[in-house]
Design a protein around this ligand. Sequence first.
Ligand code: URA
Length: 421
Amino acid sequence: SLVLEAIETKKAGGELSDDVIRGVVAGYTEGSVPDYQMSALLMAVFLRGMGYGETLALTRAMAESGEAYSFPDCVDKHSTGGVGDKISLISLPIVAACGAPVAKLSGRGLGTTGGTIDKLESIPGFSVDLSETRFRRQVEEVGLAIIEAGDLAPADKAIYALRDTTGTVDSLPLIGSSIVSKKAATGAGHLLYDVKQGSGAFMKTPDDARELAGLLVRLSESLGIRASAVVTGMDTPLGGAIGNALEVRESAAFLRGDPVPKDLADEARFVAARLLQLKGIENPEASVEKALSSGAAYERLERFARAQGAAPNALENLPTARTTREVPAPRTGYVSGLAAIGVGRAALALGAGRQKKTDEIDPAAGVELLAKPGDPIEKGAPIARLHGDREAERAEGLILEAIEISDEPPHPAPAILEHFS
Ligand code: URA
């Protein structure tokens, strides 16, 4: 059979043809290829790798396996996932205010990685479920619309679930094709990838992050999408808020001109400027500053929220937790580390995320960081504020484990590591 031949070829380190790849992907999606054969093939790919041509064929086959949209004039961004990453909520209203339209299909969070859809749903009245007609109209009229991704790239969904249970997730060609297949199906013509690197990210080392960034850009360009990538740090959470409504509040605060931690402000500005650059807009940095200082970016966020059903002033009336507690610093010194994974787990324990897909989240729950790496701290002073009442004791323990305090001032890593175009 076709699959058995593919398994034997890959086992011996050979190359799969476009037709074989297309046939296997179609067969697996419609159910004629069983899980055990697909698992064997994925493991052979994991061990032997895939060349660029094979990776592109796999990407294309998965992208074409379900419904696909086309928004050639629009920009979009994709983050490989991080703790406290609300860069989409901030950068997309900015670029929309600068004249670059955004049509985005997003997902929900799972584990310690948040999803833009959950964050938006914490805004009272906000709907992530628009008809295609309404979605298109909003992109035209407001320049910004974000809905929940439905049945995009169903082949990727099925293959990803199998990889998750067969030890074949962390393969560069499989990760690259998985990400780009979904983005290709959402159809934006200009795409920025934010590849997170560090202890709290999929990619732990700079080399791995760089390699993935290069692959994402190359695959996208081969599919006719103008793409570039940034590599950004994820050893520690981004900004000061982790949790859905807390992150929307921090994003709105930044767009309104209120102070937020420097790592977040720098990265949001940088990503917005790179998106404008992809779209061919001149002087992107100056445009970003103008959209911020004039209030146009904040107004765009408000218009977008209203268009998707939010009540007037919803951004000032986000849900708040009934109970909060502060975590005191265990000693005096400088915050030298605040592990993203630990803080993410604390937010999860408080109810900000799902351990499994069917869990209910508490939109108000999460962690507010009152100190960031590099800051001096006194013993007993609050280092974090926990919002929510689910497993608050455990969350406090996780925060205390995530904190490192040193006697000497540390040198926190920069938030933005590299840009590839
Ligand atoms: N994210 C994806 O969408 N796919 C992968 O394979 C890994 C991360």
